[in-house]
Design a protein around this ligand. Structure first.
Ligand SMILES: NC(=O)c1ccc[n+]([C@@H]2O[C@H](COP(=O)([O-])OP(=O)(O)OC[C@H]3O[C@@H](n4cnc5c(N)ncnc54)[C@H](OP(=O)(O)O)[C@@H]3O)[C@@H](O)[C@H]2O)c1
Length: 257
């Protein structure tokens, strides 16, 4: 039996990780801002799968929230074996349409929280000689897509770098790069999704199954869907300047509005 801590566990991809890990018999530490929703989720997963589910209310856009989760990850008496850094969000609008406060909040949640929680978790895991971290990035990491894409590019670079640094320690790290997934993400950001073609949507439960398989195989980067693997392979062949133009045009045509 192991324990997994999932940030952003109450909706979308985080909730799919929680369902999948609970079904596999893992105890959980569930992290998000909405305590009522966390408690309902913990009760449901406990009743359905007989696992222990702790609730940890924390806003990862604040130092206090990050410190509370880091402290839980560092607890030696009830260790966390798997950390899923998943909490995240989108801002609607292009650069200069988004306030500086919102841009900085994104960097706090997507980068600073991921850095500090990965550090707290891996320090404890290295002492025990085992553990895993999945940092949820995005395929937006590979194309020029403003602060969101830049923050997710940081997640990929950081995760793969630390995976190399900790190689041989028993601690595995993997960046997970989904394409469009049907979750609350776009609605929360006030983005319409009508113009995103059906074939581009991924199912959160299938995504999580593929991601955990990739983690078990020891991958440090997971793009779990063949369609997106092909798209990202093609994107590598295009010069960066041209890619920026293409992604901006196709983003306007097919991306969330
Ligand atoms: N959906 C997509 O198309 C897509 C594609 C690629 C990558 N991703 C990435 O996947 C991750 C999960 O996204 P999702 O689509 O599952 O989103 P979602 O359905 O909107 O769920 C977001 C989760 O994060 C929590 N959260 C948000 N801000 C938080 C904060 N400041 N502190 C703590 N928890 C916070 C939310 O709960 P509370 O509101 O209660 O805090 C919720 O549980 C994100 O990192 C996102 O960038 C999503």
């Amino acid at each position: 039996m192991t324990t997994a801590l999932i940030t952003g566990s109450t909706a979308g991809i985080g909730a799919a990780f929680a369902r999948r890990l609970a079904a596999g018999g893992h105890d959980l530490v569930l992290v998000a801002r909405d305590t009522k929703r966390l408690r309902e989720q913990a009760t449901e997963l406990h009743d359905r799968h007989g696992i222990e589910a702790e609730v940890l209310t924390a806003d990862l856009a604040t130092d206090t929230g990050i410190e509370a989760v880091a402290a839980r990850l560092g607890e030696r008496r009830s260790p966390v074996d798997l950390l899923i850094n998943n909490a995240g969000f989108g801002n609607k609008g292009r650069f200069l349409d988004v306030s500086m406060a919102d841009e900085l909040t994104m960097l706090k949640v997507h980068c600073e929280a991921v850095l500090r929680l990965t550090s707290a978790a891996t320090a404890a895991m290295r002492e025990r000689g085992r553990g895993g971290v999945v940092n949820v990035a995005s395929v937006a990491a590979f194309v020029p897509r403003g602060t969101y894409g830049a923050s997710k590019a940081w997640v990929v670079q950081f995760t793969q770098g630390v995976a190399k640094d900790l190689a041989g320690s028993g601690v595995r790290l993997m960046a997970l790069c989904p394409g469009f997934v049907r979750t609350e993400f776009h609605e929360r950001a006030g983005m319409g999704t009508d113009n995103i073609p059906n074939w581009m949507w991924l199912d959160a439960d299938k995504l999580v199954t593929a991601a955990l398989d990739d983690l078990a195989r020891g991958k440090s980067l997971s793009i779990p869907d063949p369609r997106y693997k092909a798209l990202m392979g093609a994107a590598k062949l295009v010069p960066r300047g041209m890619l920026g133009g293409i992604t901006s045009r196709t983003g306007r045509k097919y991306g969330p509005r």
